[in-house]
Design a protein around this ligand. Structure first.
Ligand code: SF4
Length: 160
C-alpha cells in the first residue's frame, strides 16, 4: 500500500508565514475535529490527490518565486511528512507547518523554519486574534525558538 499522503488546494499565500511567500498545501486526514474547521472535507485521508515525490517536485518547480513550503496537517504520517520537508529543503526553501496539536516531534522541528500549534477554536479566534490559543513559532536552528506577536508584528524570543 502507498505511503503517500493526499493533498488538495495548493495555493500561494502571503500572510500565513510572516515575511515569506509560501506555497500552502493542505494534507488530508486531520483527525482533530476542531469545531468550526473551515476544511472539514479534508478530514477524509483520501480526499484530493496523492502527493508523490514527483508531484511535490513539480509543484515546487512550477512556483519558482516562492520562499517557503507551508504544509497544513498530515501529522498522522510523520515519516512521510519528513520526506516531503526534505524535498522542500533540497529546493532551498524555508519550511512551515500548521498543526492543531500542541507539540511537535523533534524530528519535524529539526526540518522546520516555522510551525503553528493549537487547535482552532472559533470562540477564541485564529492566529491573529488577541484571544487566540494558537501560537506561531520560528525556529532558529539549532535550538532557539521565537514566537510571533500578530499585534506588534514582531518575533519575540521564547527559548534559546
Ligand atoms: S487542525 Fe485544522 S484541519 Fe484539523 S480539524 Fe482543526 S482546523 Fe480543521
Amino acid at each position: 500500500m502507498s505511503n503517500n499522503l493526499f493533498f488538495s488546494n495548493p495555493q500561494v499565500v502571503l500572510q500565513e508565514v510572516p515575511d515569506e511567500l509560501s506555497l500552502a498545501i493542505s494534507i488530508s486526514g486531520c483527525n482533530l475535529g476542531c469545531s468550526g474547521c473551515h476544511s472539514s472535507e479534508t478530514w477524509d485521508k483520501s480526499y484530493g490527490s496523492e502527493l508523490t515525490d514527483t508531484i511535490l517536485r513539480n509543484l515546487l518547480t512550477k512556483h519558482k518565486h516562492i520562499s517557503c513550503l507551508l504544509i497544513y496537517d498530515g501529522m498522522h504520517n510523520v515519516d512521510r511528512l519528513t520526506e516531503l520537508l526534505v524535498i522542500a529543503k533540497s529546493f532551498n526553501l524555508k519550511t512551515a507547518m500548521y498543526t492543531g496539536l500542541n507539540v511537535l516531534e523533534l524530528e519535524l522541528v529539526n526540518l522546520l523554519d516555522y510551525y503553528k500549534l493549537g487547535k482552532y477554536d472559533k470562540q477564541l479566534g485564529g492566529l491573529s486574534s488577541t484571544t487566540t490559543n494558537q501560537r506561531l513559532y520560528k525556529v532558529i536552528q539549532p535550538n532557539a525558538i521565537h514566537q510571533y506577536n500578530f499585534q506588534s508584528k514582531q518575533w519575540n524570543i521564547v527559548h534559546t
